[in-house]
Design a protein around this ligand. Structure first.
Ligand code: FEO
Length: 434
């Protein structure tokens, strides 16, 4: 009997986990939830290993603190584990290191069950908390905290470290010095569900760790580096993230791995500027224009120019190049009033890297209306790139004069990078009027 082509795989054994809480350190328990079936996170990220929502409970001589919660679908598991280690009237603090819904699904109900608890979060998390709690926000006991602030639990205390943009503006870490545990929320996370929880017990999750960084943290890697600079001096033995394995065996190795992932390979102070030109060409016209722009840009000293046919590679390696580049120019024909799919695929992936402030430009050949160039420009502007030159369009095949204009266009882009031309920037109003 043949196997149906779409037969569901049975869940791997590792996706089963402990029914109750799990001790992470003396007086510190994991009370989170396993989500082995998740296959897409935040719609955009494939999660073939599922994920976990790690929540922690810290017990002191004068009360307990709950650090982060779980996604809304998993609140039953969270409350069940919580109730095994604490009563609601013992909860003195609810610490929200980050307010994305995968960590705050149980917060409204937790606040209802523990109304005396003080909610501690970064100031930038306040609008999110207000939206999350609705009418209950006004009656809630809320204290914004930042670096230098702490929360007293009697014989131990929690200290807060402001680490914005890892991965939202509101993110912070919470340090429990006596146990040498740092609660890092998304930072050092991985979408990897293994019920054994600890890094030295779970399956190999290095690929999940790196992929998580690439798709979640990479656009914020300068903020990641700043956060690591604050974390590195701490004498931690455990990094307790909100997703994936708890890093209790070689946490400094994971910090070093994260720093490596966050470090640009090209020196920020490199004197040479890098301009990348990408194109897709249906009949060779956009390719000719791309070559002309390339040749013109190469005439400017101090600029290294590279030309790529987008059809010739997967997008991933191009992202690595773009991340290190100072500027990109994208060429596309207009087909059915739009840029072509390959170009959109690359533009969609640019959210995974830092693009703010890079130079952007668009060009292309068209037959009738030529909307594609303007659409690409709008996208580049949406990515907060700097567009100094209105896009270059040619009807059908470029004439010798138009190819010369292409070379001039390339020179002007390159001069914007070297600073030999006065900085300028087009705006949407100008684009719309053209
Ligand atoms: Fe795991 Fe940014 O939420």
């Amino acid at each position: 009997m043949s196997v149906p082509p779409f037969a569901l795989r049975p869940p791997a054994p590792r996706t089963t986990g402990p029914d109750g809480p799990v001790e992470v350190a003396p007086g510190v328990n994991w009370i989170g939830a396993l989500d082995p079936g998740l296959r897409s996170f935040d719609v955009i990220l494939k999660t073939s290993n599922g994920t976990t929502y790690n929540s922690y409970l810290v017990r002191g001589s004068e009360g307990v603190a709950v650090i982060d919660t779980v996604k809304a679908d998993f609140t039953d598991a969270f409350f069940k584990r919580l109730e095994e280690v604490a009563r609601y009237d013992e909860i003195r603090y609810i610490v929200l290191n980050h307010l994305e819904p995968d960590h705050t699904g149980a917060v409204p109900e937790l606040v209802r069950r523990a109304p005396q608890a003080e909610i501690l979060l970064s100031p930038r998390g306040l609008p999110m908390l207000r939206a999350l709690l609705g009418d209950a926000f006004e009656g809630a006991n809320v204290r914004p905290v930042t670096t230098g602030h702490n929360a007293d639990l009697g014989d131990r205390k929690l200290e807060f470290i402001n680490t914005p943009y890892v991965h939202w503006p509101d993110t912070q870490c919470t340090w429990l010095a006596d146990a040498r545990v740092l609660f890092t929320c998304d930072l050092f996370g991985s979408h990897f569900c293994d019920g054994r929880l600890f890094e030295d017990q779970v399956d190999d999750f290095r690929l999940a760790f790196d992929n998580y960084f690439d798709r979640i943290m990479r656009p914020f890697r300068s903020f990641v580096t700043s956060a690591l600079d604050k974390i590195e001096p701490l004498d931690f033995t455990t990094l307790a993230p909100a997703h994936g394995p708890i890093l209790n065996n070689a946490p400094r190795d994971w910090l070093a791995r994260t720093r490596l992932l966050a470090t640009p390979r090209r020196k920020a102070d490199s004197a040479e500027k890098v301009l990348l030109i990408f194109y897709v060409s249906a009949y060779g016209s956009t390719a000719q224009l791309a070559q002309a722009i390339h040749d013109g840009a190469e005439e400017e000293p101090g600029v290294r120019v590279s030309l790529f046919d987008l059809e010739g590679s997967d997008i991933g390696p191009f992202l690595d190049l773009i991340e290190e580049a100072d500027g990109i120019a994208i060429g596309t024909p207009t087909i059915n009033g739009d840029a072509v799919r390959t170009v959109w695929d690359m533009l969609a992936r640019l959210v995974d890297i830092e693009t703010k402030g890079k130079l952007g430009a668009a060009f292309g050949s068209y037959g009738w209306s030529g909307e594609a160039v303007r659409l690409v420009e709008a996208r580049l502007q949406g990515l907060k790139m700097r567009l100094p030159e209105p896009g270059l369009r040619v009807k059908l095949h470029p004439s010798p004069e138009e190819l010369e204009e292409g070379r001039s266009y390339g020179r002007r882009l390159a001069q914007q990078l070297t600073g030999t031309a006065a900085p300028r920037e087009i705006d949407f109003a100008e684009l719309a009027a053209r």
